[in-house]
Design a protein around this ligand. Structure first.
Ligand code: PAF
Length: 288
């Protein structure tokens, strides 16, 4: 058990708290779980004598009008405890008004990798993500920033932005943390009952079926996707958004090669909750 991190709420406080040494940033929307704790411990390991900053900000700009901004789970005292136990020095918890003051008029839109999949299903989502993440990078000026691979497309969008805009930060993706059932940890799992969580493991089972087909030698994209779709088809409670095999650029050809960046991504609505998950095609490579 370690000390609670310093709670800071304004950019001015954040600037004043900068240690001058190396800094690692873990951006989150809070309601922290073991996946976030893994990111924070990873950050601590990258800057042992430096500063670990965790941001907790439910970013309105990345939510669509019909999405769950209002009911997104929040528990700051618990977040402070989890972040502190995992090794955070600072927890930055700004208000929406601080992040987007009157007159705010700038947006960061990343093309290419942000356009399909969640970018298509959630218009404006990745612009909201890129804008807030660039603001956080500018405020914290970290050497490292850590993100979970569960949001695989988000990670690709952030990497693209950092490369294109020459942001001096090293982005690290961290493999997805799962329940023993296979369910990927997510703050949104808190919307589900125990029984519903058990049902939601169908998503990771579908991804594993794609991996198994790939391991069995299948290289046709459609056939790989069909292996996952067959698992989902037996579950009427799944309203599928997409199950797609993509390369590192979020593109899909007719055939896949052995590139370790090839991935299968799924998004579906179950019990009124939108859930996403992904795995590498090659079982055993990060996050599976
Ligand atoms: O992954 C998340 O929790 C959010 O999208 C992020 C990166 C913190 C930006 O709001």
């Amino acid at each position: 058990m370690s000390n609670a991190p310093r709670l800071l709420t304004t950019p001015a406080e954040l600037r004043a708290a900068r240690s001058g040494g190396p800094v690692a940033l873990v951006p989150t929307m809070g309601y922290l779980h073991e996946g976030h704790a893994t990111l924070i411990r990873g950050a601590r390991g990258l800057v042992p004598g430096g500063q670990v900053v965790v941001s907790v900000f439910v970013n309105p700009m990345q939510f669509g009008p019909q999405e769950d901004l209002g009911r997104y789970p929040r528990d700051l005292p618990r977040d402070l405890q989890i972040a502190g136990d995992a090794g955070a020095d600072v927890l930055f918890h700004p208000t929406p008004e601080t992040m987007y003051p009157a007159g705010f008029a700038t947006q960061v839109t990343v093309g290419g990798v942000s356009e399909g999949l969640d970018g298509a299903a959630r218009p404006g989502h990745f612009t909201g993500v890129a804008t807030v993440v660039l603001k956080l990078f500018n405020l914290v000026q970290p050497q490292y920033a850590l993100f979970g691979e569960k949001d695989w497309q988000q990670l690709a969008v952030i990497r693209r932005m950092v490369t294109d805009l020459n942001v001096p930060v090293e982005v690290r993706g961290v493999p997805t943390v799962r329940e023993s059932s296979g369910l990927a940890l997510s703050s949104r799992n808190s919307y589900l009952t125990g029984e519903q969580r058990a049902e939601a493991t169908v998503l990771s089972r579908a991804l594993k079926a794609v991996q198994a087909a790939y391991t069995g030698g299948e290289r046709r994209t459609q056939a790989l996707e069909a292996a996952g779709l067959a698992v989902l088809a037996a579950h009427p409670e799944v309203t599928l958004d997409y199950l797609k095999v993509v390369d590192g650029d979020m593109q899909a050809g007719e055939m896949v090669d052995n590139n370790p960046m090839n991935r299968v991504l799924v998004a579906a609505r179950m019990f009124g909750v939108r859930l996403i998950d992904n795995m590498p095609l090659h079982a055993g490579e990060g996050g599976a």
